[in-house]
Design a protein around this ligand. Structure first.
Ligand code: ARG
Length: 576
C-alpha cells in the first residue's frame, strides 16, 4: 500500500528546502522547518513561523528572514501565493484545483489517507485488567474505553497490536476470600449476584483480619495452601475466576470490546521465583528485614519489594515476569499499560527495574484521572465503584427518548437498536473527549447534548449526511457523484476539504500521544464545519456538477466521521 503524504508534510519539506536554498551559505540544518495549518483562513491555508526562532542564528529580524526567503521563492506546485504577515510569518495559499485533486485522491483511498506507518512493528497493549472476585471500578471502565481506543488507533496505523487483559487473578486477596467464603457465603445471594456477594465476603473477611489475629493467620494459611497447589483451594479459586469472567464479559459485550489474550497474573505465577533469583544474581535485589528488595535510591524512588518476608511475591515481581514473557513471545517494540493514576509509582518502579536488567522494549504507562459520576452511580462503601449496568441502562433509555422523537416512524426494534448505539456512544464519548489526565465530571446534559460536543451530536451529523446522500440517489438515480470532479465555489467548501485532509495526521498524533481526545476534538470541529456547509450551501438544488461535487464532499465527510468514531469504539447508525 502506498501512503498518501499529509499536506503539512509536503509543504514542510518544500518550505524547509526554500530556507535551505536562501541560506545556503549558513551552516545550519533547516530540515526541521514546518508548515502548519492555520486556524483562521485570513492567514492563508498554512503558515510557517520558524523565522522567529531563526532570528538568533541568522542575526536578522524575523521579518527580514522571511522576506529573503519569499523574495527568492520557487513556488511549490500546490501553492498559489505566499505572503509575509505580522512579525515574520509566511502565509501560504493553496491552489483550489490542487486541494480538489488531493481530496479526490483521499476519497479514493480506503484508509482516507491514514498512513500504514506501523507495518513491521508490534505493540502489546495491556488494558482493562480488573480483579477477580471484585467489581470493576471506574478505573477499570476508563481503562477499557481508553485502552480500546488506543488499541484501535494503532491498528488503524498498521501496527501489529496485541491486546492483553491482565486480569488480577492471583495474590493475597485470595486467602482472605477463600476463608471468608467458607465461613459466611450466602449461596442465594451468590447465585443472584456473584460479584457483589464475593465482594461482601471479601470485605467482611478483610475487616476480621484487622481485629482478629487468628483469623488473619487462617487467611494466610489458605493462601499458602492455594499457592502450594491444594486442590480444594484451587477449585474454589477457579470458581471465583469463572464467576468473575461471566460478569466481566457482560460488560465487554455491552461495550463492544474484545481482547486477543486474557492472561491473568496467575499465568506467570511459576516464573516468580526465577525473577527474584535473576534479580539477585544480577546484584540488583538484596535481603532486607527478611524480604528481598530492589533499592532505587539513585532514581529517587522508594524501595521495591519483590519478595515479602513471608515468601509471597508482589505485584512488581509479577509485572517483571510478564514483561519478560511478552518480550520473548511477541517481540514487541513497545508495551503500553493503561490504568488509573494511582498506579504511577508502581509502573515507575518496575519500568526502572526492567531498564536495569537490560530490557530493551519501550514501556509506557498511560494513566488517567478520576471521573466523577452522577449521583446514585456510586456505591456507598468504595466511592468509586460504579454500577455500570445502571449507567448504561440509563444512557440507553435517555437515547431511546431522543430516537423516538426524531424517528417516530421507525419500528420499536430499530429504535432500540439505534438507542443502544447512541446511549453507549454517549457514555464512551463523554470519557474519551476529555483530556484523560484531568478530573472530569460526567453529566447527562453534556453527554447526551444533541447540539454540543457529544457522541450523539457526531452520530447525528453522520446520519444527516447519509440522509442527504439518500435523497440525492432518489432524485438523481443516474448520478454518480463519487466520480465527479470536486470544485470549490464557496469558501466553506474549501475549509471543509482542508479539514478532511487533516484526518490522517490527527490519527498519527492521537496514537503517538496516547490521546483519543485529539480524535474527538477533531471530529467535533469537522462536524461543526460540515454543519455550516450544510446550512449555507445548497446541495440538491445546486446546478449539475456543483451538486455532484458537494455530494461527493458529503460522502468523504461521512466516511471520515465514521472512521473517526470507529476509532473511539462508537457506532454510527445510518439513521437516528
Ligand atoms: N489488576 C490491576 C488493578 O486492578 C491492574 C493491572 C494493570 N496491568 C498490569 N500489567 N499491571 O489494579
Amino acid at each position: 500500500m502506498k501512503n498518501i503524504k499529509a499536506i503539512s508534510e509536503i509543504l514542510s519539506e518544500w518550505i524547509a528546502s526554500e530556507f535551505g536554498r536562501t541560506y545556503a551559505d549558513v551552516d545550519h540544518d533547516f530540515s526541521a522547518i514546518q508548515a502548519v495549518a492555520t486556524a483562521n483562513a485570513d492567514f492563508g491555508d498554512f503558515q510557517c513561523n520558524d523565522s522567529m526562532q531563526l532570528a538568533k542564528i541568522l542575526r536578522k529580524s524575523p521579518r527580514d528572514i522571511a522576506q529573503a526567503v519569499v523574495d527568492d521563492i520557487q513556488l511549490h506546485e500546490s501553492v498559489d501565493k505566499v505572503e509575509i504577515a505580522g512579525a515574520g510569518f509566511i502565509n501560504m495559499y493553496l491552489k483550489p484545483e490542487w486541494i480538489a485533486s488531493y481530496i479526490e485522491g483521499l476519497g479514493a483511498d480506503e484508509n482516507l489517507g491514514v498512513p500504514h506507518i506501523g507495518e513491521g512493528h508490534t505493540i502489546v497493549i495491556d488494558y482493562s485488567s480488573p480483579n477477580v472476585a471484585k467489581p470493576m471500578h471506574i478505573g477499570h471502565i476508563r481503562s477499557t474505553i481508553i485502552g480500546c481506543a488506543i488499541d484501535k488507533m494503532f491498528r488503524k496505523l498498521g501496527y501489529n497490536v496485541i491486546s492483553d487483559n491482565h486480569i488480577g487473578d492471583w495474590g493475597t486477596q485470595f486467602g482472605i476470600i477463600i476463608k471468608g467464603y467458607r465461613e459466611f457465603v450466602d449461596k442465594d445471594a451468590l447465585a443472584k449476584s456473584p460479584i457483589e456477594e464475593l465482594e461482601r465476603v471479601y470485605v467482611k473477611s478483610y475487616e476480621k483480619t484487622q481485629e482478629d489475629e487468628g483469623w488473619l493467620t487462617g487467611c494466610r494459611d489458605e493462601l499458602v495452601k492455594l499457592q502450594s497447589g491444594d486442590s480444594d483451594n484451587l477449585e474454589l479459586w477457579g470458581e471465583f475466576i469463572k464467576m468473575s469472567l461471566v460478569e466481566f464479559d457482560k460488560i465487554y459485550k455491552r461495550l463492544g470490546v474484545g481482547f486477543d489474550y486474557m492472561r491473568g497474573e496467575s499465568f506467570y505465577r511459576e516464573k516468580l521465583p526465577g525473577v527474584v533469583k535473576m534479580l539477585e544474581e544480577k546484584g540488583l535485589a538484596e535481603e532486607s528485614d527478611g524480604a528481598t528488595v530492589v533499592f532505587l535510591e539513585e532514581e529517587k524512588l522508594p524501595v521495591c519489594i519483590v519478595r515479602k518476608s513471608d515468601g509471597g511475591y508482589n505485584y512488581a515481581t509479577s509485572d517483571i515476569a510478564t514483561v519478560l514473557h511478552r518480550t520473548e513471545e511477541f517481540k514487541p517494540d513497545r508495551i503500553i499499560y493503561v490504568t488509573d493514576e494511582r498506579q504511577q509509582l508502581h509502573f515507575n518502579q518496575f519500568f526502572t527495574i526492567c531498564g536495569k536488567i537490560g530490557c530493551e522494549v519501550k514501556l509506557d504507562h498511560v494513566w488517567f484521572g478520576l471521573m466523577r459520576l452522577p449521583e446514585g452511580t456510586f456505591s456507598t462503601r468504595e466511592g468509586n465503584v460504579i454500577k455500570l449496568e445502571a449507567l448504561l441502562d440509563e444512557a440507553e433509555s435517555r437515547a431511546l427518548k431522543i430516537v423516538q422523537g426524531s424517528s417516530p416512524d421507525m419500528t420499536e426494534d430499530q429504535q432500540k437498536k439505534v438507542a443502544r448505539a447512541v446511549g453507549i456512544g454517549a457514555v464512551k464519548y463523554a470519557d474519551l473527549s476529555q483530556n484523560p489526565q484531568t478530573t472530569v465530571t460526567f453529566t447527562w446534559e453534556k453527554a447526551m447534548a444533541t447540539d454540543g460536543n457529544s457522541g450523539p451530536y457526531l452520530q447525528y451529523a453522520y446520519a444527516r449526511i447519509q440522509s442527504v446522500r439518500d435523497k440525492y440517489k432518489e432524485q438523481f438515480p443516474d448520478g454518480d457523484a463519487d466520480s465527479c470532479s470536486i470544485v470549490f465555489t464557496e469558501p466553506v467548501e474549501r475549509v471543509l476539504a482542508l479539514k478532511l485532509t487533516q484526518f490522517s495526521e490527527v490519527v498519527v498524533r492521537a496514537a503517538h500521544s496516547y490521546k483519543p481526545s485529539t480524535v474527538a476534538d477533531y471530529l467535533y470541529e469537522l462536524a461543526q464545519t460540515y454543519s455550516s456547509f450544510h446550512q449555507n450551501v445548497p446541495f440538491l438544488k445546486a446546478e449539475e456538477g456543483l451538486r455532484e461535487s458537494r455530494i461527493r464532499l458529503c460522502g468523504i465527510t461521512a466516511r471520515v466521521l465514521k472512521a473517526g468514531l470507529d476509532l473511539l469504539g462508537i457506532e454510527t447508525p445510518e439513521r437516528i
